[in-house]
Design a protein around this ligand. Structure first.
Ligand code: ADP
Ligand code: MG
Length: 702
């Protein structure tokens, strides 16, 4: 039962309908928008503030400076314009001068004002001839006497919070409801952050923080408010991040205590690994391999994220881990998000690990029951279903993690009682901040350098009308024996209609380049057809490959050094970067290109935001830099497709804006949990559980 019903009065977890002034009807509207309890409402912060605290006399007005004026109504009229629109005109004076206020579509103001009343008006004065005028001012009718301060005047004579309206709940209604909720709460709210943390970081108590962010005291610098950097903001943001990070830390520690499978290197395994590496690993690859080997030998399940830009060479690192597991008599599984990527991994592994039993397990290619169990199983999600039949599974490798989502990862880790080691690989470089926020329960290894021999990629946006030049360039490149991709966006590969641009492009290119061989690859081809097309491109039998995003990840044809991306504005930054990662692969000595080329061809209509994305991709080849830009431009939800990817959502924090606080919360959560006493840990665990349950719908934190 909620503490709402106790004699002690209202608390943060009280349902909104119990707040005086907020009835069941309004509470219903709020809760339909996800705001059920007082705390939810108070966590709905203004998206900007307006300083209406400057009060001016009419004689001292200046054009263009928004101010609050207190004046007495001289006259008020509702007029009809020639077009039939209702317009209201109010004249008022304050002893130093007079002004006029105008409202259009003003039927709602009928009978609102009477001569003799005192009103407060807020707006931006304009000079009309010699007459001051306010258009559509905010107003409040005053009782005689000075302008009231405090919650009586929520919108004038103070710094006023402006909220994004929630459906039919306007900013003004939100302001009022929040003021009522604050008024109904006791003067002190129990502290939930660890003792001492607030003093150390100079953060105000909860109640003061809520007051400050919603109804800041006069004189609070506006920039600080807008940037969400008042002490009150800092406290609320940090509080939210702290409990998320504590939850992740608890999970990490629990996982570490779970018994796992010790995988130890032997002289024989070392020798095999030496033989299997076709090249010398980069220092970053070596470092990642060392970290992984240390994890595997610890007798506890590894939980590691392997981050590295497109083409940085993660696969070999993962395969090395697999060889170690196999060498210890266990099995490994590698899960990829798409059929084509699973196949790529499969062929790569077959080539690199001759003599090993490698199996491909997808919904198309299931393993027959009679077959011996593979040493390394590679596949799509179908692997999850089959995975019970991999009886000595010691290592799970997940590629392209962001496509699976956090929740699926948790599910994977829960399977089986052997507690396999987990290695998550992500090619979409996740900014450090986001990695902390969403993978805070994983340790990370990072590959920053690229393997030697990778070609720099020159990326150009093709201006309208310059396509002929691009095709002439393409022809010269093809004549020199290079290969090229032509990418057409296909949103829904299952929709036939959507394939038309790709089919059309193929036809057009065949006509335009009769001397070359053009192939077509898309998601609706049968798997054997896909593999056949891919293989003939790989063997150099095709010069040009028209494709959809099926080639986004994993395809590896070093001789392909040119890519044309049509309607490039329809792709996100990360996707474009991944796509072009297909060219510029390390060159076989025979090909000897010195540079790869990527052309972004915008479609007809392109928004400023889309243009910014293209410019970003044109301007940088650094996946991490691009990911940071993407985060700033779009926010994390869109990058990962929030809901279905199972990302936690924030009420207050914004990962893009609050990177510094996220790191602080991460560090604080880690040290605190390690040093806290049992009592204190138990208290916090309760809070963390409740919060995770409410915010992220996750019950299992430890
Ligand atoms: P990604 O990190 O995108 O998964 P891959 O593992 O597919 O990258 O590697 C990209 C290419 O680079 C592959 O052809 C791989 O064989 C090659 N490669 C990886 N590491 C090295 C290295 N140290 N030296 C040379 N080539 C390498
Ligand atoms: Mg890869």
């Amino acid at each position: 039962m909620s503490s709402a019903t106790t004699a002690a009065g209202l608390a943060l977890d009280t349902p909104l309908e119990f707040v005086p002034g907020i009835g069941p009807r309004q509470a219903g509207l709020f809760s339909a928008r996800g705001l059920a309890q007082i705390e939810d409402l108070l966590s709905y912060l203004p998206f900007r503030y307006e300083d209406r605290s400057r009060i001016s006399q009419i004689a001292a007005l200046e054009a263009g400076e928004s101010v609050t004026i207190q004046a007495q109504v001289r006259s008020f009229q509702l007029l009809r314009t020639r077009g039939g629109m209702q317009m209201a005109r109010l004249r008022a004076g304050d002893g130093t001068g007079e002004l006029e206020c105008i409202w259009y579509h003003a039927g709602w103001l009928r009978d609102r004002f009477q001569a003799g009343q005192w009103v407060a008006l807020y707006g931006k004065p304009e000079l009309e001839g010699r007459q001051w005028r306010l258009q559509h001012p905010e107003f409040q009718i005053l009782r005689p006497g000075p302008l009231p301060a405090g919650p009586d005047s929520l919108k004038l004579g103070r710094i006023v919070p402006i909220y994004n309206s929630l459906g039919e709940i306007s900013s003004g209604k939100l302001r009022l409801a929040i003021a009522r909720a604050l008024r109904a709460l006791p003067a002190e709210l129990p502290e939930i952050l660890p003792a001492g943390l607030c003093e150390r970081l100079r953060l105000p108590p909860r109640r003061a923080a809520f007051e400050q962010v919603h109804f800041p005291a006069p004189g609070m610098p506006l920039e600080q408010l807008q940037a969400a950097r008042t002490p009150g903001h800092l406290r609320l943001i940090l509080e939210e991040l702290f409990f998320l990070q504590t939850g992740l830390e608890i999970k990490r520690q629990r996982a570490q205590r779970q018994p796992g499978i010790a995988i130890l290197p032997s002289a024989e395994i070392r020798e095999r690994l030496r033989q299997l590496l076709p090249f010398r690993p980069t220092p970053d690859q070596k470092q990642a391999m060392r970290e992984i080997a240390a994890d595997l030998g610890r007798g506890r399940p590894m939980r590691r994220l392997l981050q590295g830009d497109v083409g940085s060479g993660k696969t070999i690192v993962a395969l090395e881990a697999a060889v170690m597991a196999i060498g210890n008599g266990y099995q490994a599984a590698l899960m990829a998000p798409t059929q084509i990527l699973a196949e790529q991994h499969y062929y790569y592994a077959r080539r690199l690990l001759p003599g090993y039993r490698v199996a491909l397990i997808t919904s198309a290619a299931r393993r027959a029951r009679s077959e011996p169990e593979p040493e390394l199983a590679i596949g799509t999600q179908a692997l999850l279903e089959d995975h019970a039949r991999i009886s000595r599974l010691a290592l799970v490798i997940v590629d392209e993690q962001h496509r699976f989502g956090v929740l699926q990862r948790l599910q994977l880790m829960r399977q089986g009682n052997l507690a396999p080691h987990l290695l998550v690989m992500t090619a979409t470089p996740i900014p450090r901040t986001l990695a902390l926020a969403f993978y805070g329960d994983l340790d990370t290894s990072l590959i920053r350098q690229r393997p030697p021999g990778r070609l720099p990629i020159r990326t150009r946006i093709v201006p309208r009308g310059r396509e002929p030049e691009m095709y002439a360039f393409l022809r010269r490149q093809l004549a020199r024996g290079r290969q090229a991709y032509v990418v057409c966006p296909v949103i829904e590969e299952s929709e036939k209609l959507d394939l038309v641009p790709a089919l059309e492009m193929e036809r057009q290119l065949r006509a335009q380049f009769p001397e070359f061989r053009v192939g077509l690859l898309h998601g609706r081809l049968a798997n054997e057809e896909k593999s056949a097309v891919m293989q003939s491109f790989q063997r150099g039998e095709l010069n040009l490959l028209v494709t959809t995003t099926v080639i986004e990840v994993g395809v590896d044809v070093p001789n392909a050094t040119l890519m044309i991306i049509h309607q490039a504005e329809r792709f996100g930054i990360a996707q474009l970067h991944q796509l072009r990662g297909r060219i510029g692969r390390p060159q076989p000595p025979a090909a000897g290109a010195s540079r790869a080329f990527c052309f972004l061809v915008p479609g007809e209509e392109i928004t400023p935001a889309a243009e910014q994305r293209l410019l970003a991709v044109e301007g940088s080849e650094d996946g991490f830099e691009l990911a940071e830009m993407d985060l700033k431009l779009r926010g994390p939800g869109e990058i990962f497709g929030t809901r279905q990817s199972g990302l936690p959502e924030f009420a207050i924090a914004q990962p893009g804006r609050d990177q510094d606080l996220l790191e602080l919360a991460h560090a604080e959560a880690r040290t605190w949990w390690r040093h806290a006493g049992r009592e204190e840990q138990r208290r916090l665990l309760g809070i963390v559980r409740a919060r995770w349950q409410r915010r992220y719908g996750l019950v299992e934190v430890g």
